[in-house]
Design a protein around this ligand. Structure first.
Ligand code: ZN
Length: 343
């Protein structure tokens, strides 16, 4: 028991990076209530209990329905200043040092919010936190695949209009079963030509073929979720050959019922197979989780060594879009914490 307590302490002390997290999904029930009170003061506002109960989902679609209702509650660029601060303050407490945060600006712009103002409010919020803490925020614009390739292209065009320097990549999320990778080849060719880094959700609800197509056709650097990689398969070989990082979101997969229980999540199996996996919270407000809780969950369920925990943190730095110098600095810090811990 002593050893395990000590390893939980290591999780706190490890410098961490989070690569798969959505800004809109970091809305907590309390923040949602705050938005409703701020923007709809004359409407009957649901109680905190009622809002909390909506954060339990019976399916992936159930989750999407709540996500959509949250988006409708945003009315001003300042909402995103507040939300960015909420996420980053929490991240600093977890010793998260670098974040590549996804957001889906298309939904937000449809709410009548100006893209430039939105980005400058996020930038202002991040700068204030970055000034006092050792954390760095970058953004990835996520294309909503179930709205078709034109809308995804529109989102990628928005990324090219960023003037803050925060947007460093684009991604693809939503219904991968009915909107396969094949539909978005042109969008990703455009994004790479514009110099953007690329990622995509794959293997959240549509299995190995979706992941295989996403790597081959969209040529992304990272996949998000990655459930169902068969051992000794073409997909496994391709992951190693192309050096694709696999961003796992275990508690998210339980919350949206992508898997029946956390015990069924392949994270430990993947770690044993030597896959370049990272752990991520995905939508920490909406799932009431955190990056730290993802690490703790892995440790509670499996015989993970201190070295493997350090490896997960190093995988996130290696798989990130940071420059080589910063990567090396963070990896040295992670190794140092590991050494101190072992003494
Ligand atoms: Zn996601």
């Amino acid at each position: 028991m002593m050893v395990q307590n000590k390893t939980f302490e290591l999780i706190k002390r490890l410098p961490k990076a989070e690569l798969h997290v959505h800004l809109e999904g970091s809305v907590t029930p309390e923040f949602w209530k705050h938005l409703l009170e701020k923007h709809c003061p004359l409407d009957p506002i649901p109680s905190l209990d009622e809002l909390q109960s909506r954060f339990r989902y019976d399916s992936f679609q159930g989750f999407i329905d709540v996500y959509r209702d949250i988006i409708f509650s945003f009315r001003s660029p300042h909402d995103f200043y507040e939300l960015t601060q909420l996420y980053l303050k929490n991240a600093v407490k977890q010793n998260i040092r670098y974040v590549e945060m996804m957001m889906t600006p298309w939904f937000i712009i449809r709410q009548g919010i100006d893209l430039d103002e939105l980005l400058s409010e996020i930038d202002r919020a991040a700068k204030e936190i970055e000034k006092d803490s050792d954390i760095d925020l970058k953004l990835i614009f996520d294309g909503p695949r179930n709205f078709g390739k034109e809308i995804v292209q529109e989102v990628f065009n928005m990324a090219a209009k960023d003037r803050t320097g925060r947007v460093i990549g684009v991604g693809l999320g939503g219904d991968e079963k009915n909107y396969p990778a094949l539909l978005f080849i042109d969008c990703f060719d455009y994004a790479r030509a514009e110099g953007f880094n690329t990622i995509a959700h794959a293997g959240e609800t549509a299995g190995a073929q979706s992941m295989l197509d996403t790597i081959k056709l969209l040529k992304v650097s990272r996949l998000g979720h990655c459930l169902g990689i068969p051992r000794a398969s073409e997909l496994e070989s391709l992951v190693f050959e192309k050096g694709v990082t696999l961003d796992l979101c275990p508690l998210s997969n339980v919350a949206t019922r992508a898997i029946a229980s956390i015990e069924q999540h392949p994270m430990f199996e993947y770690l044993q197979r030597g896959y370049p996996i990272t752990l991520n919270s995905d939508d920490p407000g909406m799932f009431t989780n955190s990056l730290t809780l993802e690490y703790e969950t892995l440790l509670s369920l499996h015989a993970v060594s201190a070295e493997q925990l350090g490896q997960l943190s190093k995988n996130a730095v290696q798989g990130s879009f940071l420059n080589k110098t910063t990567k090396n600095r963070l990896i040295t810090e992670i190794e140092q914490v590991g050494q101190d811990f072992g003494q």
